[in-house]
Design a protein around this ligand. Structure first.
Ligand code: HEM
Ligand SMILES: *[C@@H]1O[C@H](CO)[C@@H](O)[C@H](O)[C@H]1NC(C)=O
Ligand SMILES: *[C@@H]1O[C@H](CO)[C@@H](O)[C@H](O)[C@H]1NC(C)=O
Ligand SMILES: *[C@@H]1O[C@H](CO)[C@@H](O)[C@H](O)[C@H]1NC(C)=O
Ligand SMILES: CC(=O)N[C@H]1CO[C@H](CO)[C@@H](O)[C@@H]1O
Length: 485
C-alpha cells in the first residue's frame, strides 16, 4: 500500500512538474511577443508519444488526416520533451530547408554512425557540405546518360515476364534490376562480375548490407535506448559489409595510383578515390550512396505501374507514343522531352511520394515564419532540440495547388498546374535537395518507355488500393501485381 502511494506521489509530482515546465515554455513564447502558440494534438500515451510515432509510420495518410483537422501547422505534445512541430506551410518548408538552424545529425548520427559513418545522410554543416561536394562529380551529365547497364537488366526482366497474361509482381523484379545498376553506379562492378578474390559474393554482401541498415534504422528510432539491446550480431554484420566495400576501396585506390582510372568505367567509388585516399571516408560515402540509390527509383516505377494498371487509358497513350516515336525512341533526349512520361512520373511521385515525411531537428533556438496564433500566420518559436516534420504526403494533396481531385491519378493535370518550389517536394528542396533527381527521372523514363514499347496493355491483378509501408523509404505494401498483354 505504502509503495503504491509513494509511486503515485512521485508520478503526480512528475506530471505537475512537466505541466509547470510546459507553462514556462508557453510564457517564454509569449515573452518573445511576435510569436504565437501552435495548436496542440495530444497523443494517447502522453509521455513520449510512442503511439503517435507508430501510427505515423504504419499509416501514411494519418498525418494528412490531422492536417485536415488542424490545417497547415500543429504540434504534438509529449510530457518528456519539446512538442514536435508538424507542418505543410511552404514558408516553413522553405525556412527548414534553407537555414542552418535545422539539421539531422543529432537525430541520425548516434544510431547510424557505426555502420554508415559520417556522410551526407548523417551529418550537418561542414561535414555534410564536404561529403556532398565529393559526391557531386558522379552526378554529371555523361555519367547519367549511360543506360547500357540498365538496358541489360531490363532486357533480362522483360524476358522473364509471362507473355500469356498471367500475373507477376513487378516490385521484386524492378528492385533487383535497380539494385544491380546501383551497385554498378557505386562500385563499378556488376554482381555477375564480382571477382573470385573478393571476400564475399554479391548476394552475401547485399544481405549483410540490408541487415546492418535495418538495424541501424531501428537504433535511430529507439534513440539512446538502443544501448540496452544486444549488439554482437549487428557488429558482425557491419564488419561483413565493410569488408566487402573495403576490398573495392583498396582496388580503386591502387588503380588511381597507377593512373588506370581513365581506362575503366566511372563509378562513385573511383570518383571518390581520385579526390582522397582516406579509406574509411570513402567506405562510408559509398555506403550512404548505396542507401540513397538502392530502392528509390524502383519504388517510383513500382508505384507508376501500380497506378497505370488502374488507369489504362494512359497506358494506351504511352504505347502509341513510343511505337510512333521510331528508332530514336529510347534516346535520352527524346525520353526527357516526352511530356506524357514526365507527367506520369510527377503524378506518381505526387500521389505516392517515396519520402512522405522528412524530419529535422532544431540545432539552436530559432523561429519558423508561420503557424502560430489562431490564424496560423504568426511566427513560431522553436527551441533547440525540437523535432520538426515536413508532411510531404499532405503537401502534395493541397487542393489550391493541385485541383479538387487530389486523390485521383491524373497525369494530365501537370499541363495546367504550376506548383511553386516548396509546393511539390518529391525530391526535397533547398540545400539538401536530391542529387540523384535527374538520374532517377532519366532511368524511370527509360524503363517506362521499354515497357510501353513491349506491351499493348497492362491489367491490375490486385483489387486493393495502394497502401504504403514506411521504413527508410515508403514502398507499396502489397507490391505491384499486374499482367501484360
Ligand atoms: C525516385 C527516386 C528518388 C527520390 C524520390 C529521391 C528523393 C530524395 C529526397 C526527398 C531527398 C531529400 C532528403 C532530405 O531532405 O533530407 C533526396 C536527397 C538525396 N538523394 Fe535522392 N531520391 C531519389 C533517387 C536518388 C538516387 C537514384 C540517388 C543516387 C544515385 C539519390 C541520391 C540522393 C542524394 C545524394 C541526396 C542528398 C542528400 C543531402 O544532401 O543531404 N537519390 N532524395
Ligand atoms: C495550400 O496552398 C496554399 C497556396 O500555397 C496555401 O496558402 C495553403 O496554406 C496551403 N494549405 C495547407 C494546408 O498547407
Ligand atoms: C543554404 O542555402 C542558402 C541559400 O542558398 C545559404 O545562404 C545557406 O548558407 C545554405 N546553408 C547551408 C547549411 O549550406
Ligand atoms: C559549402 O561549400 C561551398 C563551396 O563549395 C561554400 O561556398 C559554402 O559556403 C559552404 N557552406 C557551408 C555551410 O559551409
Ligand atoms: C534560398 C532560400 O529560400 N533561402 C531562405 C531560407 O530560409 C530562410 C529563413 O529561414 C530565408 O531567410 C532564406 O531566404
Amino acid at each position: 500500500m505504502g509503495l503504491i502511494l509513494s509511486l503515485l506521489i512521485v508520478l503526480s509530482s512528475f506530471i505537475a512538474y512537466q505541466v509547470y515546465r510546459i507553462q514556462c515554455q508557453r510564457n517564454e513564447i509569449v515573452r518573445r511577443n511576435e510569436c504565437g502558440t501552435v495548436v496542440q494534438h495530444w497523443t494517447l500515451e502522453p509521455f513520449t508519444g510512442f503511439d503517435f510515432q507508430i501510427k505515423m509510420h504504419m499509416s501514411i495518410p494519418f498525418l494528412h488526416q490531422l492536417h485536415q483537422r488542424y490545417r497547415h501547422t500543429f504540434q504534438v505534445g509529449t510530457l518528456i520533451s519539446h512538442p514536435a512541430l508538424i507542418t505543410t506551410a511552404k514558408e516553413n518548408i522553405c525556412g527548414i530547408n534553407s537555414s542552418k538552424d535545422f539539421g539531422v545529425e543529432p537525430m541520425r548520427l548516434p544510431g547510424m554512425e557505426y555502420f554508415c559513418g559520417k556522410g551526407f545522410i548523417t551529418t550537418d554543416g561542414d561535414t555534410w557540405n564536404h561529403s556532398k561536394r565529393m559526391l557531386r562529380p558522379s552526378f554529371d551529365g555523361s555519367n547519367l546518360r549511360d543506360l547500357s547497364i540498365l538496358r541489360d537488366e531490363i532486357d533480362t526482366l522483360l524476358e522473364s515476364l509471362p507473355k500469356d497474361g498471367s500475373a507477376s509482381d513487378l516490385q521484386p523484379l524492378l528492385y533487383t534490376a535497380f539494385l544491380n545498376s546501383a551497385l554498378y553506379f557505386v562500385l563499378g562492378v556488376l554482381p555477375s562480375q564480382i571477382s573470385n578474390d573478393a571476400p564475399l559474393t554479391a548476394e552475401k554482401f547485399v544481405k549483410s548490407f540490408h541487415g546492418a541498415l535495418v538495424y541501424s534504422m531501428f537504433r535511430t528510432v529507439l534513440g539512446r535506448a538502443w544501448k540496452l539491446l544486444p549488439q554482437a550480431r549487428y557488429i558482425q554484420t557491419c564488419a561483413t559489409a565493410h569488408k566487402f566495400i573495403d576490398f573495392y576501396v583498396e582496388k580503386a585506390l591502387q588503380e588511381h595510383d597507377h593512373n588506370d582510372i581513365t581506362r575503366c568505367k566511372r563509378s562513385l567509388m573511383k570518383d571518390l578515390a581520385s579526390q582522397t585516399d582516406d579509406k574509411a571516408y570513402i567506405r562510408y560515402q559509398v555506403i550512404q550512396g548505396m542507401m540513397a540509390a538502392q530502392d528509390t527509383t524502383s519504388e517510383l516505377l513500382t508505384n507508376a505501374f501500380f497506378l497505370l494498371a488502374r488507369n489504362s487509358e494512359y497506358w494506351t497513350r504511352l504505347h502509341t507514343e513510343i511505337v510512333e516515336a521510331g528508332d530514336e525512341r529510347f534516346e535520352v533526349d527524346r525520353l526527357i522531352a516526352s511530356k506524357l512520361i514526365s507527367n506520369i512520373l510527377l503524378e506518381t511521385l505526387r500521389i505516392c511520394p517515396i519520402f512522405p515525411l522528412i524530419g529535422r531537428v532544431a540545432l539552436r533556438d530559432t523561429k519558423l515564419p508561420v503557424g502560430g496564433g489562431l490564424q496560423q500566420d504568426l511566427p513560431v518559436f522553436v527551441p533547440q532540440g525540437t523535432k520538426v516534420v515536413m508532411s510531404y504526403y499532405s503537401v502534395h494533396r493541397n487542393e489550391s495547388v493541385f485541383g479538387d481531385d487530389v486523390e485521383t491519378f491524373r497525369p494530365d493535370r501537370w499541363d495546367d498546374i504550376h506548383p511553386a518550389q516548396w509546393e511539390f517536394m518529391a525530391f526535397g528542396g533547398g540545400n539538401r535537395t536530391c542529387l540523384g533527381r535527374q538520374k532517377a527521372l532519366i532511368e524511370a523514363s527509360y524503363v517506362l518507355a521499354r515497357f510501353g514499347h513491349a506491351f499493348e496493355g497492362i491489367r491490375s491483378m490486385d483489387s486493393r488500393e495502394w497502401q504504403g509501408e514506411l521504413k527508410m523509404t515508403c514502398k507499396s505494401a502489397n507490391g505491384c501485381k499486374v499482367a501484360f498483354y
